[in-house]
Write a protein that binds this ligand. Structure first.
Ligand SMILES: [Zn+2]
Length: 354
C-alpha cells in the first residue's frame, strides 16, 4: 500500500506568502495535530490501498461517477462558513450541512483535527473553496475524492478560465482564492454548485436549481448595494489597506485600490521593505484608515500604524474588524454571507469617507 505523505499534511503545503504569519484563533495545538496525524494514518489505511486517480484539489473537479444512493438528507461537510451557507441555501431541506471552520478561523493555516477527519470520512459529500485556500487540507481532499463527492466551489471558474479570476504575479502562477468577496463571482459559484449537486443527486436537481436562483438574486442585490456604497466615496479615498491580501476581488469588483500588509509574500525581509513602502503610500496619499481582520491578530497592523502615527499622520484603525476569510459570529451583523459583505462595506465606507 502507499505510504501516506503525512508530514505535508501536518506541516502544510500552503503557499509561501499566502497565509498570514500570525497564528489564528483556530490554529491547532501540537497535540491536536498529532491526533489528526493518527486519524490521517487510519484514513490512509482505508483509502490508500487502491491507486487513486489524480484529483486536483486546487480546482476540485467532482468525479462524475459519484451518485447519491441514500433516501434521507445528503450529509455535506464544508470547510468555511461562506461555503457552508452556499451549500445550505442551494441544498435546502435536502442537505444537512456542517462547517469545519467557525468564525475567526483562518483557513490558510487550518490543519484538520482527528474529529474533522472522521466527519469528512462519514460525509456523503464534501464541498470546499479550493484554489489552495485550505492549503493544509489539499492532500486529504485528493484522497477523499476517490470515495466521496468532493467539490471545490471555484472549480467552474477555473474550467471556464473566468476572466475575473486574479492571478497576482507574486503568486507563483496561482489564482487568488478569495473569490467570495466579489458577490457576482460568488453567485456564479452558486450556479456551479447547484449543477454539480444535481448530477450527484439527480432526483433533486430541479430543487437545487430553484434554490440557487433565489440565492443568486440575493447575492446580486448585495453586489449592487456594495457597488453603490463604494461609488459614493471620492476616488482618492478608495484605497483599502488590510492585514493580508484578501480583498483583491473586492477591490476589482467595487472599485478600490487594495493593499495587504501580509499576503502575497510573507518573507520577512521583503515584508519590512513592503511595510516601509506602505507607510510611505499612507502618508503621501493622505489615507485616513487601515483595517483589522477578524482572523488575523491586530498587532500585525499595529506594526504599520505606530510609525505612521509617530510621523504625525492621523491614521485610524476602526474597532470593528473586516471579515476577510471567515463569516462573523452568530450574534454579529456578519453571520451570513450578505451580512458579511454589508458589514465590510459599511466599516470601509465609514472609515474612508471624508
Ligand atoms: Zn486569506
Amino acid at each position: 500500500m502507499t505510504t501516506p505523505t503525512d508530514t505535508s499534511l501536518e506541516l502544510g503545503p500552503h503557499r509561501k506568502g499566502e497565509a498570514p504569519a500570525e497564528p489564528a484563533p483556530g490554529a491547532r495545538s501540537k497535540l491536536g495535530r498529532n491526533l489528526a496525524l493518527l486519524a490521517w494514518l487510519a484514513l490512509a489505511a482505508v483509502l490508500g490501498c487502491t491507486p487513486h486517480e489524480a484529483h486536483d484539489s486546487a480546482t476540485g473537479h467532482a468525479k462524475a461517477n459519484h451518485r447519491y444512493a441514500g433516501d434521507g438528507p445528503v450529509r455535506v461537510v464544508c470547510t468555511t462558513g461562506q461555503v457552508a451557507e452556499l451549500v445550505r441555501r442551494v441544498g435546502g431541506d435536502r442537505v444537512r450541512v456542517e462547517a469545519l471552520m467557525g468564525p475567526g478561523v483562518d483557513p490558510h493555516l487550518y490543519s484538520p483535527a482527528a474529529s474533522d477527519v472522521s466527519r469528512l470520512t462519514e460525509a456523503d459529500a464534501i464541498v470546499y473553496n479550493g484554489l489552495h485556500l485550505e492549503g493544509r487540507m489539499a492532500e486529504l481532499f485528493e484522497k477523499l475524492a476517490d470515495r466521496r463527492f468532493t467539490l471545490a466551489v471555484t472549480a467552474g471558474l477555473v474550467e471556464r478560465r473566468d476572466a475575473r479570476l486574479r492571478k497576482p504575479p507574486e503568486f507563483a502562477d496561482l489564482y487568488d482564492p478569495h473569490v467570495w468577496h466579489d458577490a457576482a463571482l460568488w453567485a456564479d459559484c452558486v450556479a456551479d454548485v447547484a449543477a454539480a449537486l444535481g448530477e450527484f443527486d439527480p432526483k433533486f436537481a430541479e430543487a437545487y436549481q430553484t434554490n440557487a436562483a433565489t440565492y443568486r438574486e440575493e447575492l446580486l442585490a448585495s453586489d449592487a448595494e456594495c457597488r453603490e456604497s463604494i461609488a459614493a466615496l471620492p476616488q482618492a479615498r478608495r484605497v483599502l489597506i488590510t492585514a493580508h491580501d484578501a480583498f483583491g476581488y473586492y477591490g476589482a469588483a467595487y472599485g478600490l485600490e487594495v493593499f495587504g500588509l501580509k499576503g502575497i509574500s510573507t518573507e520577512e525581509e521583503k515584508d519590512l521593505a513592503w511595510q516601509a513602502e506602505l507607510q510611505r503610500i499612507i502618508i503621501d496619499r493622505n489615507i485616513p484608515a487601515v483595517f483589522v481582520e477578524s482572523a488575523v491578530a491586530p498587532r500585525v497592523l499595529q506594526a504599520l500604524v505606530e510609525p505612521v502615527r509617530g510621523s504625525g499622520h492621523d491614521l485610524q484603525l476602526p474597532d470593528e474588524p473586516l471579515y476577510a476569510d471567515a463569516l462573523g459570529p452568530a450574534d454579529s451583523d456578519a453571520a451570513t454571507y450578505s451580512g458579511m459583505l454589508r458589514h465590510n462595506t459599511r466599516v470601509i465606507v465609514e472609515a474612508l469617507a471624508p
